[in-house]
Design a protein around this ligand. Structure first.
Ligand SMILES: Cc1cc2nc3c(=O)[nH]c(=O)nc-3n(C[C@H](O)[C@H](O)[C@H](O)COP(=O)(O)OP(=O)(O)OC[C@H]3O[C@@H](n4cnc5c(N)ncnc54)[C@H](O)[C@@H]3O)c2cc1C
Length: 486
């Protein structure tokens, strides 16, 4: 830590009027702090400009998502967790919901706010391309009153924006017209989760019937991490209007994108990589837009199965949702908690939520999940009586099918290995009074036997912990399979 708290003043008036008065009395002297996920990083590095912090965290006037007939108004103080869980945001504005689920880890999503992301103005900020594509507008507030400005144009250069030192962002307004559009977003980072983007794309598009097939009616394409500020490709958007999507258009879109952006080399990537990836992603957006199933209605691209499964699952009733997801884990309490956490916007969101719930201290829930598996080597439906599998309704059959896939290699094991596994299973059940759980996917029968023999030496507490972790991994694999199913 390179800053000393004694050098700073921190006040929390607790209402908008109090904050605005302070900002107006001494413009530029007070730095608003919302979730603090950017401010505290600068503070810790000793790079914070100014010494006076005024808290805007939890200001009632900056909270909540207001759903109006024409638009939604997302309070600038809304956290990513609130945004990614909001039903209307998930359904109508999946680009924003998905950006929220991509931003940092769960702790960061619980603190970081949309207003903070806009004002921090990182070129790599995840939510900004979505706001550009949605034609969002900002409500700015100060003692002088409110003004409303388009988000496109709010950022004019690196960390430069149309915000006076005495102003706050109060809300982000997003027009509710997007349900007619195909929606596409991709973030390319060093890892699937918890990585700052190398390139991020958000696109909306719709087609209309032309004389020789469908042509582009309208597209909106925005990119992050490829210029000092997030960019809308307005020239490309105009140029493709009315054109059919063919190989020539895809090449044109790629070239045009690469010419419009100004990527840089930095620690995360090279300008060349960013340029090629940005061109490819924009071409992919058009390619997906061309697909007949995407020609109308809100559809998200990426992994089409995932999007369809989640979109449907997010809106079915809670009991149906819990039943559907149950075979991924086997614990009814876990399934009900997952259903209660909807809407979930993306795979990363589903997996993180599953982990959070699975950390529940209830041993009974763990044991219920363990019991839902067939014994290693006993995967057939015919074995279900022995294996402890429950009633063979459609969902349980699905779990049995997954178990068969997971244990495929065990089915082909040499007779001696099978016998040794059966002996080991019996010994395990005698010692721990439950079946042996291992994430079998990708493991050879010999590896599983080795793990089984090793774990027979565990004491009860550490063995329960190992089984818990194995179940967590199995659940991840099954959730991914479920999301990819049609
Ligand atoms: C570990 C970690 C991982 C991260 N990962 C990502 C990521 O993957 N993607 C991503 O985009 N970002 C990421 N971030 C950055 C950060 O979480 C976001 O930018 C977040 O949205 C900032 O919101 P905040 O409320 O914490 O802002 P704060 O830190 O409180 O404030 C940031 C700036 O915004 C100003 N501000 C805040 N709210 C308002 C308002 N309503 N009106 C006027 N000014 C305001 C503050 O004065 C300050 O200048 C990450 C940060 C961390 C620490």
């Amino acid at each position: 830590m390179r800053s000393d708290p004694a050098d700073y003043r921190f006040v929390a008036p607790g209402n908008l009027q109090g904050v605005m008065s302070l900002l107006a009395e001494q413009p530029g002297e007070w730095l608003p702090i919302a979730g603090g996920t950017d401010v505290m990083v600068q503070y810790a590095a000793g790079k914070l400009n100014g010494r006076n912090l005024v808290s805007i965290w939890n200001l009632p006037e900056l909270q909540g998502v207001q759903v109006l007939a024409e638009e939604i108004r997302v309070g600038a103080g809304c956290t990513y967790t609130e945004i990614r869980k909001h039903e209307i945001v998930g359904r109508e504005f999946p680009l924003l919901a998905r950006a929220a689920s991509w931003t940092g880890g769960i702790a960061n999503q619980n603190r970081g706010t949309l207003g903070g992301n806009i004002v921090n103005a990182s070129p790599a900020a995840d939510s900004l391309p979505a706001l550009l594509a949605y034609d969002a507008e900002l409500i700015l507030v100060s003692v002088r009153g409110e003004r409303r400005v388009p988000y496109g144009g709010f950022h004019s250069g690196y960390k430069k924006m149309d915000l006076a030192p005495y102003e706050l962002i109060r809300a982000i307004c997003i027009p509710r017209v997007s349900s007619d559009y195909f929606q596409y977003t991709r973030k390319v980072g060093a890892r699937k989760a918890q990585a700052i983007s190398k390139v991020c794309v958000a696109g909306l598009g719709k087609l209309r019937a032309g004389t020789n097939g469908n042509v582009i009616d309208e597209v909106r394409v925005a990119l992050g991490s490829v210029a000092p500020i997030p960019l809308r490709l307005t020239e490309l958007e105009r140029a493709v209007k009315g054109r059919a999507i063919d190989a020539e258009l895809l090449q044109f879109a790629k070239r045009n994108t690469m010419a419009a952006i100004q990527p840089i080399d930095d620690i995360r990537s090279t300008a060349k990589y960013r340029s090629v990836v940005a061109g490819n992603l924009v071409a992919e957006f058009f390619e997906q837009l061309r697909m007949p199933t995407h020609s109308q209605g809100t559809r998200m691209c990426g992994a089409p199965g995932l999007v369809d499964v989640l979109a449907r699952w997010n809106v079915v009733d809670a009991a149906t949702a819990a039943n559907e997801i149950l075979p991924c884990c086997g614990s009814r309490a876990w399934a009900a908690a997952m259903a209660a956490r909807r809407p979930l916007a993306a795979e990363a969101d589903v997996l993180a939520t599953s982990d959070e719930i699975w950390h529940s201290p209830s041993e009974a829930e763990w044991l219920e999940a363990f019991r839902s598996h067939p014994r290693i080597g006993d995967t057939g439906i015919g074995d279900s009586g022995k294996s402890g599998a429950r009633d063979l309704d459609g969902k349980t059959v699905k779990a049995v099918g997954w178990s068969e896939q997971e244990q495929r290699k065990v089915a082909d094991a040499a007779a001696l290995t099978k016998l040794a596994l059966a002996d080991g299973n019996r010994e395990y059940e005698r010692r721990f009074n439950r079946i042996f759980i291992v994430c079998a996917t990708g493991k050879s029968p010999e590896e599983i036997l080795f793990i089984l023999n090793r774990r027979l030496n565990n004491d009860e507490a550490s063995e329960l912990q190992e089984a818990w972790e194995q179940q967590r991994q199995i659940t991840h694999i099954r959730l991914r399979k479920w999301l990819q199913s049609q």
